[in-house]
Write a protein that binds this ligand. Structure first.
Ligand SMILES: *Cc1c(COP(=O)(O)O)cnc(C)c1O
Length: 469
């Protein structure tokens, strides 16, 4: 049998897909119970994959079997309810099922003519996002891999617009001899923003840093004078504290000066789509571009980031490297590649569509507010057990200090991680070692929080007892 015949048989019989489904269902049940982080044995077993590149064609069933046997245990069980690391979101069942179905479609989303359905659903998502987040009518959306990429796109659009206003065609003329652009960012700006500034050639050393308050919010009175060469980076959701910058005053001043404001709201922008947490985002709609993830708070599958931009011409011109964006529109309908750096892309907006259609406005409110309530519960339990909580828990993030001594904090963090009960990461907050909790999955229940708080207390007490000896 030649390769094509073999592939054809596999495709026809569908047994492989049944096998994969069986493994996936086993995994889904197991992920709620098992160690959150892989055991020592599971990590050691990864040696099974250190093989030479095969010469002969393989056996599909055996490949899947190997992947499940040694791969599944070496995953981090972040689809369970007690993973609080980084800001990694869970996954809504409807979005996972949608991904399965659409994996069979294998659509390329560059052009409408390549995938009418994806083009239509990108259009629907763009409209729904605008309505949900209360953004200006002119806003367009690009569906990219994550917020890092979305920030990059937003800043590229900003650069195009600022130069275009000064009659400098950046795509053609580039940096050489270009007038300067000023980059203004808070001292608590996320690393992904700093990376985009570097990648785009603005120079990280050229950032005009603005002081922040004790929650990590920019202090408006510390902002420098603005002009039409300024790009200002604000955030909706500080990655440690969850705090939101004060948008109204800064955006009003920026708009008066003809400066560009980008708001990075990787996980926090969704607050604007709720009833009960919308009070965190006043003035957000006055910015020019916004970055947000589906794969964090909204619990879509990886990878799913969104760039929203009120200035279509700037975005499309920047990403297509042409000033004449209208001539590069290939159809009346939406050609997704106009709004992203990529041409070929997977159809990630379909999962986003499924999430928004399933949740509706009420579901977004319940999902996001639920994360906030459980973060609050976590903080309350730890506070009553004498942990210091260093932030106002306004959203889903909690900064915990179990000890004023960094070494002791590190030991307690490791003991929590090794307990297998829950997983949290460490961070630095005003120069101090801290534990950061992010409640970012629909799965997490009050019981998960109780159990995890117990794991914190047990780890702390055992480390303190050991050091007292
Ligand atoms: C996670 C995060 C990013 C980066 O997003 P990715 O989707 O991981 O690329 C940027 N900013 C903030 C505030 C984040 O939390």
């Amino acid at each position: 049998m030649n390769l094509r015949e073999k592939l054809h048989l596999e495709q026809q019989s569908k047994a492989l897909f049944g096998q994969a489904q069986g493994y996936a269902f086993d995994y889904a049940d197991d992920a709620l119970q098992r160690n959150i982080f892989p055991t020592e044995q599971a990590l050691k077993d990864l040696g099974q994959f250190a093989e030479d590149l095969p010469t002969a064609t393989g056996d599909s069933a055996a490949i899947l079997e190997q992947l499940h046997q040694y791969g599944s245990p070496a995953t981090v069980a972040q689809t369970g309810g007690r993973y609080f690391g980084f800001v990694n979101g869970g996954i809504l069942p409807v979005t996972l099922a949608t991904k399965w179905l659409t994996d069979f479609w294998d659509q390329n989303t560059a052009l409408q003519v390549m995938s009418p359905i994806t083009s239509k659903l990108e259009e629907v998502c763009e409209q729904w996002l605008k309505e949900l987040l209360d953004l200006p009518d002119s806003t367009v959306a690009g569906f990219v891999s994550g917020t890092s990429s979305a920030i990059f796109c937003g800043l590229a659009a900003a650069r195009f617009r600022i130069y275009n206003n000064q009659h400098w065609d950046f795509n053609q003329q580039g940096h050489n001899g270009a007038p300067p652009i000023r980059i203004i960012a808070g001292r608590h700006t996320h690393g992904a923003v700093v990376k985009a500034i570097g990648l785009l050639g603005f120079g990280i050393d050229n950032i005009e840093w603005v002081d922040c308050d004790d929650q990590g919010r920019i202090i408006p009175g510390q902002m420098p004078a603005l002009d039409n060469s300024c790009i200002i980076l604000l955030q909706a959701g500080n990655v440690n504290s969850g705090a939101f910058d004060p948008f109204v005053e800064i955006c009003d001043n920026a708009n008066a000066a003809d400066a560009w404001v980008h708001i990075d709201g990787a996980f926090g922008l969704w607050a604007a789509g709720t009833k009960r947490l919308k009070h965190l985002t006043p003035g957000m709609e006055k910015a020019h571009s916004w970055s947000v993830d589906g794969h964090k708070t909204l619990n879509t599958p990886y990878d799913s980031g969104i760039l929203l931009c009120r200035d279509k011409e700037a975005l499309v011109s920047a990403l297509q490297a042409t000033g004449a964006y209208l001539t590069s529109c290939y159809s009346e309908s939406r050609d997704g590649m106009l709004y992203t750096p990529e041409m070929s892309r997977r159809a990630r907006a379909i999962e986003l569509w499924a999430a928004l259609k399933y949740l509706g406005r009420d579901g977004v409110d319940e999902l996001v507010v639920g994360m906030h309530q459980r973060a609050q519960q976590f903080a309350d339990l730890l506070k009553s057990a004498d942990f210091d909580i260093l932030n106002d828990v306004v959203f889903n993030q909690v900064i915990v200090s179990p000890s004023a001594d960094d070494q002791t904090t590190q030991s307690i963090l490791e003991a929590i991680q090794q307990s297998g009960e829950c997983w949290v990461g460490g961070s630095l907050w005003n120069g101090q070692k801290v534990i950061r909790i992010s409640v970012c999955s629909w799965v997490t229940s009050e019981e998960d929080i109780n159990r995890s708080a117990q794991a914190f207390i047990k780890a702390r007490d055992s480390i303190i007892a050991a050091s007292d000896k």
